[in-house]
Design a protein around this ligand. Structure first.
Ligand SMILES: [Zn+2]
Length: 218
């Protein structure tokens, strides 16, 4: 399967975001209504697929100017408008937005700082992924996972939501892979752009369900 099966996600038309396949260099987007709409569409799609229950979860995209476009805290994606998203600077200060950014922006920023290859971060409380996170059980390196991440999905040590401790633990357990479980909490999925991160979030939830059913029948 191609890593580009969702043409509606990421940045459509000019496709400025993502990894330049020829050079391997990350090509980052500028802030735009189109980019903001693509984040909201991605969130709604994941909600429809039950990967994003309720308003629990958050999204960010690294911008070409070094700042981050982030979903606001505690807002319903079904009624979210492009203008509701926040712009946060590299040092974490809020540059613009009518609502506070997600409380997990510190974790997103820590991941971007550690991983120059990452252009988008998605955090979900997807049911199967969250079950493995609650059990403290990593997802083994199943064959299907190899197309989406270079290693198994490890479990980051516990840290309270929104804390520096959680951010540090998530970065450490993520390593060079594209997904990590947050103990007693949920999932982080990353990619060079929003579309790639969305596919990681989807496939991890699918494989977590497969793995849990396999454990039950063993
Ligand atoms: Zn969370």
């Amino acid at each position: 399967m191609s890593t580009r099966t969702h043409p509606a996600a990421g940045v459509p038309n000019n496709a400025q975001a993502g990894a330049d396949r020829s050079s391997g260099r990350l090509v980052l987007p500028a802030d735009s209504t189109e980019l903001r709409e693509s984040i909201i569409r991605t969130a709604r799609r994941l909600q429809e697929q039950r990967v994003l229950p309720g308003a629990l979860g958050n999204f960010s995209v690294r911008l070409a100017d070094g700042r981050f476009l982030v979903t606001p805290t505690s807002r319903d994606y079904r009624t979210m408008e492009p203008g509701d998203l926040a712009i946060v600077s590299a040092d974490g200060s809020v540059v613009h937005g009518p609502f506070p950014p997600s409380i997990e922006i510190g974790m997103h920023r820590a991941i971007y700082a550690a991983r120059p290859d990452v252009g988008a971060v998605i955090h979900t409380h997807a049911p199967y992924a969250s079950t493995l996170a609650a059990l403290g059980r990593p997802l083994p390196f199943l064959d299907e996972l190899t197309r989406f991440s270079p290693g198994p999905v490890r479990v980051a040590a516990y840290g309270p939501a929104g804390s520096d401790e959680l951010a540090r633990n998530a970065v450490a357990a993520l390593g060079g892979t594209n997904a990590v479980f947050l103990a007693m909490h949920g999932l982080i999925a990353v990619g060079p752009d929003l579309s790639a991160a969305e596919q990681v979030a989807e496939v991890i939830e699918h494989l977590a369900g497969v793995y849990l059913r396999a454990l039950q029948s063993a």
